[in-house]
Design a protein around this ligand. Structure first.
Ligand code: C2E
Ligand code: MG
Ligand code: MG
Ligand code: MG
Length: 292
């Protein structure tokens, strides 16, 4: 079309223009190269029961082991990839790697549950379910119920009918679904009503200041109340102190995750951490929750 032609010419004759777009293209090329070079790595952060500290599982969180910049956090590269052709391939890598790790731990004798962040475009990708099935198929001893898919409230989930369809198929395969960063989107209540969800995650932005800020506290309490009314367990993120954990327990929250329990750790540290934690829980050393 004339428009496309115009765009090409513009691009060809004006290399100095549209710096932002060129930047993004370069960044995407770098990310694509990083995928090929296997520079991405999953870290894992524990999630525990707030009443008795029992281990629920671990959330897989991606990092980029950049040759020059060192460990780069997802906040710096995921936004660049948004709606790009790389979103699904990276998502596949995360899914495959997380399931692979679960299997390594299982073979070492620990059945650890893992929760995996799935971007909306990846979830909606036509091959998503097929890939998922093939990964599960290659690890027949893994219990799919140990896998939770964390989906964010984002605009791409707006096609709630389709999203709901895919998530229902995932649940039929035995997986669990978590609604991540609950309350930060525009359609939280619609999602709560329409999506097949097993667990609600309260965003850390509400948890962080809930001890000082009456509004934040009110939101956290309301989300817990709402989740209970829907019979969904609730997990609070960003739990940094024992006070947070205690307050959340009193409010009826089920699970917590945050620096107060542990920071995200490399996969190689997970087994030891889990065993030590479970030993301490078994020996009653976590009595009044959370003085790790
Ligand atoms: P999220 O899924 O809500 O993950 C929780 C984020 O909070 C993580 O940041 C975690 O490191 C951080 N966090 C946990 N506890 C605390 C705490 O006590 N205090 C504070 N200040 N922060 C805490 P991270 O790892 O930088 O990830 C940021 C976001 O990037 C994630 O938010 C998730 O939306 C996205 N993400 C991470 N890994 C993946 C992935 O593999 N795939 C996709 N699609 N998204 C991912
Ligand atoms: Mg998450
Ligand atoms: Mg979250
Ligand atoms: Mg978040």
């Amino acid at each position: 079309s004339a428009k496309e032609k115009g765009r090409n010419q513009y691009h060809f004759f004006d290399p100095g223009l549209d710096e932002h777009r060129r930047n993004r293209r370069n960044q995407l090329m770098e990310i694509s190269r990083a995928l090929e070079n296997e520079e991405f790595e999953l870290f894992f952060q524990p999630q525990v029961q707030v009443t008795d500290c029992q281990l629920l599982g671990f959330e897989a969180l991606i990092r980029w082991n950049h040759p020059e910049k060192g460990l780069v956090s997802p906040g710096e590269f995921l936004p660049v990839m948004e709606n790009s052709h790389l979103e699904a391939p990276l998502g596949q890598w995360v899914l495959k790697e997380a399931i692979y790790r679960m299997n390594v731990w299982r073979e070492a004798g620990e059945n650890l549950a893992v929760s995996i962040n799935i971007s909306a475009p990846h979830l909606m990708d036509r091959s998503f379910i097929d890939y998922l099935k093939s990964y599960l198929h290659s690890h027949p001893d893994l219990d799919p119920a140990q896998i939770t898919l964390e989906v964010l409230e984002t605009t791409a989930l707006e096609d709630t009918k389709r999203a709901s369809n895919v998530l229902t198929r995932c649940r039929k395969l035995g997986l669990q679904v978590a609604l991540d960063d609950f309350g930060t989107g525009f359609s939280s209540l619609t999602y709560l009503r329409t999506l097949p969800v097993d667990i609600i995650k309260i965003d850390q932005s509400f948890v962080r200041n809930m001890l000082e800020d009456a509004s934040d506290r009110a939101i956290v309490e309301s989300v817990i109340f709402l989740a209970q009314r829907f019979a969904h367990p609730v997990l609070a993120e960003g739990v940094e102190t024992a006070e947070h954990a205690r307050a959340l327990r009193q409010m009826g929250c089920n699970f917590v995750q945050g620096y107060g329990i542990a920071r995200p750790m490399p996969a190689g540290e997970v087994l030891d951490w889990a065993r030590q934690w479970q030993e301490r829980v078994a020996s009653g050393k976590h009595g009044d929750a959370f003085n790790p």
